[in-house]
Design a protein around this ligand. Structure first.
Ligand code: 5GP
Length: 172
């Protein structure tokens, strides 16, 4: 068993998600919104978020290869599972669990524009700006967190701990 320390409680996460959903509902009111959830980490955040958004929307999922320590910022993004609905001329909300170096999300944003999206906004529940390697405009951010490895609320360590209801720092 790893040593765990709570950083953000279940209650604080729930409150934040409902505030983010209210903002999103207001900002995209007149638009045809497509929520694109980045697997696997954002499945729980996406499920909570979309249920609190009160405008019509569609949901799609995609999975991309994560960058290893040796991966250069010039490396190609590998799509392991692609969205199954068209995004041409759509307003897309890209939903992430955590923005760390920023490489994944900025590549995915470009990818969705290449697929013809009209507008792509970024939404993440957690943000670790200390580790940024590339400038990213995060349009909706839940919590800015310190540079620690975190698990819970969808985030894993070796595929475990995704089911924790709170966000914890894990000491490996
Ligand atoms: P980026 O391209 O921004 O460096 O990578 C973002 C991805 O790295 C996230 O979607 C997530 O899968 C993983 N990641 C970054 N920081 C953490 C962390 O603290 N905990 C976990 N479980 N995954 C992280």
């Amino acid at each position: 068993m790893h040593k765990m320390e709570e950083l953000i409680s279940e209650k604080d996460i729930a409150e934040k998600v409902s505030n983010m959903a209210a903002l999103i509902s207001r900002d995209f009111k007149e638009q045809d919104l497509t929520v694109v959830s980045v697997l696997k980490g954002s499945f729980i955040f996406t499920a909570d978020l979309v249920r609190s958004i009160n405008i019509p929307l569609e949901v799609a999922f995609l999975a991309a290869s994560s960058y290893g320590a040796s991966t250069q910022s010039s490396g190609e993004l590998k799509i392991r599972y692609d969205i199954d609905i068209p995004v041409e001329n759509k307003t897309v909300l890209l939903v992430e669990d955590i923005v760390d170096t920023g490489l994944t999300i900025s590549r995915l944003k470009d990818y969705l524009y290449e697929k013809g999206a009209k507008c792509v906004k970024i939404c993440t529940i957690f943000d670790k700006p200390d580790r940024r390697k590339i400038q990213v405009d995060v349009d909706y951010c839940g919590f800015v967190i310190p540079n620690e490895f975190v698990v819970g609320y969808g985030l894993d360590y070796n595929n475990k701990y995704r089911n924790l209801k709170n966000l914890c720092k894990i000491t490996i």
